[in-house]
Design a protein around this ligand. Structure first.
Ligand code: ZN
Length: 442
């Protein structure tokens, strides 16, 4: 029998497919045609059945789906390390907002390019972002070759970015139109939080999301002080406000959900709303611990996110996966509370659902070829009893040796194929002076 032709074959010691059976293939290979996976199986079978233009042999490696970051603010890489060891509200109002109110499009684009380069080098292929000037974030994502849902963020009007609500709705619709026919980029309506907007604006923005059929994302119930502030301002808790105004819907994505009651978790479940867990940001800002197992046990789709690099302080999803697993075990004093497989599911399959991409998150025929590999030929990854264990508990983003998105190689063996990291690094250093000046003049 003549072999079928394909563009690329990727080989590795193990493939964590993340298919329905969570199949692990030893000595595996993936055949890719264009943007799509044609076949996955034993190396010997794939080599017999497929003839490729190019073969990438990852050697001693684990191949897995590209990781999906369900909550981030990519351009905040520029604020990495500018203010640490502060509570959420002080960090936001005294540091982030004064710096951000002076942001230019060029700076946002630079921060986005830096973040995208960091992410492809650490195995992330898709993100749900929220920030300002998302058109240039989209440009950086597009040119880097990743996937994204872009959210043009807004606060109570007038804000430094939008004088009126209509100004914001116009920009959001423009962003939507700009990427409406893009394969890898979508948009979302993105109010910052209940306490930084107001409920009527939130309801109005939901109408826009419904009209354009977009996701609607918001930071919600991130900390006890946020709940207190929301209670003082509106007389209700953040999730109560969202419910009262009819904002818990299938298209709704809630970030954090740390300070939530069991009743509120029930409302979120009933509405088909999804949440994103951001353990490192919650820990660093001292915001508290999300009752993650309650959401997962309730059947609520739960993605995993890094949040911005200014509250993490990196965009490494391997780091985030390990923290998510460890945190629940310690919090609940139960080592079985959050097993490795559930964590990988959050960063792949649930992430794809969270972002609204129905063709990535697993390595199987017909899915988009969003594939990464970890170089296992390292001392901290030996010996191998169970590759999944190493992915969650031993590996880090620095172990990624291959990142492919939609069939295109974005990063391989330390080399960036789509990002000019020399220029990005040089320019990013210059942003330090600008940010410090903003803080001095606040
Ligand atoms: Zn956030």
């Amino acid at each position: 029998m003549q072999p079928n032709k394909c563009d690329l074959i990727i080989k590795g010691s193990y493939i964590l497919t993340q298919n329905e059976e969570r199949e692990l293939i030893k000595d595996g290979a993936v055949a890719v045609s264009g943007k799509t996976i044609s076949a996955v199986g034993k190396r010997a079978d794939i080599e017999k059945e497929w003839l490729a233009n190019e073969t990438i042999d990852c050697g001693k490696s684990v191949i897995l789906p590209g990781l999906i970051n369900s909550h981030t603010h990519v351009p905040m890489t520029l604020m990495r390390g500018v203010a640490d060891d502060l509570p959420l509200l002080e960090w936001l109002h005294n540091y982030m907002f004064p710096i951000e109110s002076g942001l230019t499009k060029d700076l946002v684009e630079l921060g986005a390019r830096l973040g995208c380069a960091e992410m492809v080098a650490s195995g992330t292929t898709a993100i749900l972002d929220g920030y300002m000037y998302e058109d240039v974030v989209g440009k950086a994502v597009d040119e880097t070759g990743m996937k994204a849902v872009l959210g043009e963020g807004f606060f109570k009007f007038p804000s430094p970015f939008f004088k009126t609500a209509q100004d914001a709705w116009d920009v959001i619709e423009e962003l939507h139109n700009q990427f409406a026919n893009h394969d890898r980029i979508k948009t979302a309506v993105t109010p910052h939080a209940v306490f930084t907007t107001d409920p009527d604006q939130l309801a109005e923005s939901m109408k826009l999301a419904e009209r354009l059929d977009l996701l609607w994302q918001i930071h919600a119930a991130e900390s006890v002080p946020e709940t207190k502030l929301t209670l003082e301002t509106f007389g209700k808790r953040p999730i109560e406000i969202l419910k009262e105004y009819g904002l818990l819907k299938q298209r709704t994505r809630l970030h954090h959900c740390v300070d939530v009651t069991d009743e509120e978790i029930g409302w979120i479940k009933d509405a088909g709303t999804m949440i994103a867990h951001n353990p490192q940001s919650n820990l660093k800002l001292g915001s508290g611990i999300c009752p993650l197992t309650k959401f997962i046990d309730a059947g609520i789709t739960t993605g995993l996110g890094t949040d911005g690099a200014a509250s993490n302080n990196n965009l490494d999803m391997f780091d985030e996966m390990r923290t998510a697993a460890m945190l629940q075990k310690g919090f609940l004093q139960d080592p079985e509370a959050m097993p490795a497989q559930k964590i990988l599911d959050m960063a792949t399959l649930s992430g794809a659902e969270f972002l609204g991409f129905d063709d990535c998150g697993a390595i199987k025929s017909g899915m988009k070829a969003d594939i990464i590999a970890i170089d296992m030929d390292k001392m901290h990854l030996k010996p191998v009893y169970n590759p999944l264990s190493h992915v969650i508990y031993s590996a880090g983003g620095q172990d990624v040796c291959l990142t492919i998105c939609d069939g295109s190689v974005l990063y391989r063996d330390g080399k960036f194929q789509t990002a000019d990291v020399e220029t990005i690094s040089r320019e990013a250093e210059k942003a330090v002076e600008w940010a410090l000046k903003r803080l001095k003049n606040r």
